[in-house]
Design a protein around this ligand. Structure first.
Ligand SMILES: Cc1ncc(COP(=O)(O)O)c(C=O)c1O
Length: 369
């Protein structure tokens, strides 16, 4: 029982990459070339949108989304509180104010009723997260946004391969964002992608990610104070190889999640909330909720002693000092705060076998006894 079960195990097809990397090096076109275009086309087609723009990360894609919508100083953006803080940070970096929205009573996703109470004259957008690849209630978010003339930016960083009501996460109006960090469904080391059907936004994003410039008379004309948020060709080649296997990667994660759920069902003190049918979730992470009286740190230590890596789910942004500066105090968003302290991520590895899953569940059972 010494085999270490890690949390991160990227599904990169290394075998094929050597040829791609050599071709890129030989071509001399190391960035913004044909691999990037094909990767963008592949992700855009999967999401069912007309435009996809690769970036250096999901964080920079979120920043571009806000900039392209003209959101900045003086504006407010409603945002899911229970998320990796990159989501809210992008709003602050754009100069706007993140207004934090609690999680729904029975799961991880945004409470749309709470969001409705927080709309003011300054609200310009809703940035809604699909936590761990679980789809938010995107239809209701969109209805709320349309009723108040707000933009919707879906932080689908974790949700490539998930669906809501038959539509791919990241493919909903107005803008979707994916991450290709190593913990995500596919990885380019670091990287992100912005998706949209809105041609005006797509063109603006292309300009802003490339120093605010457009091609002109054999050179470039600088129209805006833009950024360098460009993905290189090597990253795009990695992403493209994995896109070809995306369906298989997600199907494998669902199979494991289904079995985990069965194995965990008899355990007291552990719940597995799902925001949508299992077949609509990609299980980017497999996250359980422990009863409030369970000592999570002791559980993590117990699993570690059995060579099983585990960690918290994600963060309640409002409880962190950066957001304290906006006037929030820990516990103010009660459900998100509870989830920060009581969620646990378990290993979900590619092609995970019954023995490995049983080890994790047995370890958890012992820890909870
Ligand atoms: C919901 C969410 N949004 C954004 C990010 C940031 O992604 P990236 O590392 O690609 O910037 C993460 C990363 O974990 C995330 O989980």
């Amino acid at each position: 029982m010494t085999d270490w079960l890690p949390l991160i195990c990227p599904s990169v097809a290394y075998d094929d990459l050597a040829g791609d990397f050599r071709a890129i090096a030989d071509s001399g076109r190391l960035t913004q070339g044909p691999y990037l275009r094909r990767f963008e086309e592949s992700v855009g087609a999967f999401a069912g949108v007309r435009f996809a723009c690769a970036t250096t990360s999901a964080t920079t894609a979120l920043h571009l989304a806000l900039a392209a919508c003209g959101i900045g100083a003086g504006d407010e953006v409603l945002v899911s509180d229970f998320t990796f803080p990159a989501t809210g940070n992008a709003i602050a970096q754009a100069g706007a104010t993140p207004v934090l929205v609690d999680s729904c009573p029975d799961g991880f996703v945004m409470d749309v009723d709470d969001a409705a109470t927080k709309i003011t004259e300054r609200t310009k957008a809703i940035m809604v997260v699909d936590p761990f690849g679980q789809p938010a209630d995107l239809g209701r978010v969109l209805d709320l946004a349309r009723a108040h003339d707000l933009r919707v930016i879906e932080d689908a960083a974790c949700a490539l391969g998930s669906y809501r009501d038959g539509r791919p996460c990241g493919g909903w109006p107005d803008i979707g964002v994916y991450s290709f960090h190593p913990r995500k469904i596919i990885t380019t080391g670091e990287g992100g992608m912005l998706t949209t059907d809105d041609e005006v936004i797509a063109r603006r994003v292309e300009i802003l990610r490339n120093h605010g410039s457009v091609a002109k008379d054999g050179g470039r004309r600088f129209e805006e104070f833009g950024f360098n948020y460009r993905m290189n060709e090597f990253q795009a080649a990695m992403g493209l190889r994995q896109m070809a296997r995306l369906e298989a990667i997600v199907a494998d994660r669902r199979r494991t999640a289904r079995r985990y759920i069965d194995l965990l069902a008899p355990l007291d003190g552990v719940a597995v909330p799902l925001s949508a049918p299992l077949t609509d979730c990609n299980f980017q992470s497999f996250v359980v909720v422990l009863d409030g009286q369970v000592d999570r740190a002791a559980v993590i230590e117990h699993l570690k002693a059995r060579s099983i890596e585990s960690t918290l789910g994600t963060y309640a942004m409002h409880a962190h000092p950066a957001y304290g500066r906006l006037g929030y105090r820990p516990g103010q968003l009660a459900r998100s705060f509870f989830l920060q302290d009581n969620t646990l991520t378990l290993p979900l590895l590619p092609a995970m076998d019954e023995f490995q899953m049983q080890r994790v569940v047995d370890g958890l059972k012992e820890a909870l006894a």
